[in-house]
Design a binder for this molecule. Sequence first.
Ligand code: B12
Length: 145
Amino acid sequence: MIVENKKKVLVIGVIGADVHAVGNKILYHAFTEAGFEVVNLGVMVSQEEYIAAAIESAADAIVVSSLYGQGELDCRGMRQKCDEAGLKGIPLVVGGNIVIGKQKFEEVEKRFKDMGFDRAFPPGTAPETTIEALRELLHMDGEQV
Ligand code: B12
């Protein structure tokens, strides 16, 4: 029997009015090289744009970047919008510099989890760590991507 190993699809982008473009490009290349299919929405992405792209591409996860400090405001309500759009349970992860200044990350993480994000990552998280976390979240352990 031939088992087709379909690539996992990620929708990625930088949320809100954020124009920090470099990390997004690095993540696009790192995820693609790791074997994911990546729909890259670039910078200044609204919640609605992530959701529309996730529906269109039948995405396995949405990866949100936020660098400019407004992540908390920009991400609020995203889980509810996903639910309303029929994306109930889609893994939502966020990283970058997701809040203003230096704050205890355990508290920041808790706030994002309370908002419905599955994982929130601290500043400086390496692409390799991000890929590992996605593989874990998408139950790809041992799977060759
Ligand atoms: C270059 C830069 C700019 C450029 C951006 C140019 C461009 N088009 O890209 C310009 C000058 C436009 C800019 C503007 C601003 N910036 Co600026 N900028 C930077 C700077 C110096 C480098 C960013 C960068 O390219 N880093 C290199 C890439 C490779 O790293 P990265 O973006 O962090 O991405 C990596 C990780 O974060 C991670 N990652 C990213 N997304 C995700 C997602 C997940 C799920 C995971 C796990 C990991 C992850 O992986 C990426 C690849 O390794 C940083 C400081 C710094 N050293 O990071 C400040 C910085 C991000 N900027 C900052 C600020 C405040 C601003 C402004 C608000 C300043 C202002 N008052 O106008 C504006 C915002 C403009 C806007 N609307 O977005 C702050 C943010 C502070 C905060 N969050 O608390 C920083 C941290 C500087 C600082 N120390 O204060 N900026």
